[in-house]
Design a protein around this ligand. Structure first.
Ligand SMILES: [Zn+2]
Length: 164
């Protein structure tokens, strides 16, 4: 995954933040599941998602039992990783893309928080996501600004490159 510019970018920022991630940490966990990934881009999104969590853990000392902390990191990871790319919507125009993207980030974040053993039910997960939404959705560190598509989007390939 050293060829992926967005992964290299995240690793560089983890290092700058004082959290050097050893190569085996990246290569083992997500790649064991390689067969489940339907494309290179999908795998890359998932890695960036996990690297975003590592970045938050490193920079902000996330307490994963605090559902608002967890919600915030999920919002950031889903927003910035490319998990919620809608290429077709993008062609149709920014507004539609923006709404779809936000709905996707919100849905995925609620799902992840609801899976936290510290979370009693989905309503609680939804509340946690709503409470931190504005500040966390707009916090795009270490990327400059998600809407410019300069960083992660320009880097991410399309889904036409399936892993054999
Ligand atoms: Zn996550």
């Amino acid at each position: 995954m050293n060829y992926s510019p967005v992964v290299v970018f995240m690793l560089k920022h983890l290092k700058v933040a004082g959290c050097d991630v050893p190569a085996q940490n990246i290569l083992c966990t997500p790649c064991d599941r390689t067969r489940n990934f339907f494309s290179q881009a999908h795998m890359e999104n998932t890695m960036v998602h996990e690297l975003m969590h590592m970045y938050d853990q490193c920079r902000f000392k996330v307490d994963w039992n605090d559902l608002r902390h967890h919600a915030c990191s999920e919002i950031r990871a889903n927003n910035l990783s490319g998990d919620c790319r809608y290429t077709r919507e993008l062609r149709r125009g920014f507004l539609s893309f923006s709404k779809q993207h936000q709905a996707c980030v919100r849905r995925r974040s609620i799902e992840s928080v609801a899976a936290n053993p510290a979370c009693p039910d989905e309503a609680t997960a939804e509340r946690a996501v709503n409470e931190v939404w504005d500040s966390c959705f707009n916090d795009t560190r270490p990327f400059d600004e998600v809407w410019k598509f300069s960083l992660p989007f320009a880097f991410l390939g399309d889904d036409s490159n399936p892993i054999p």
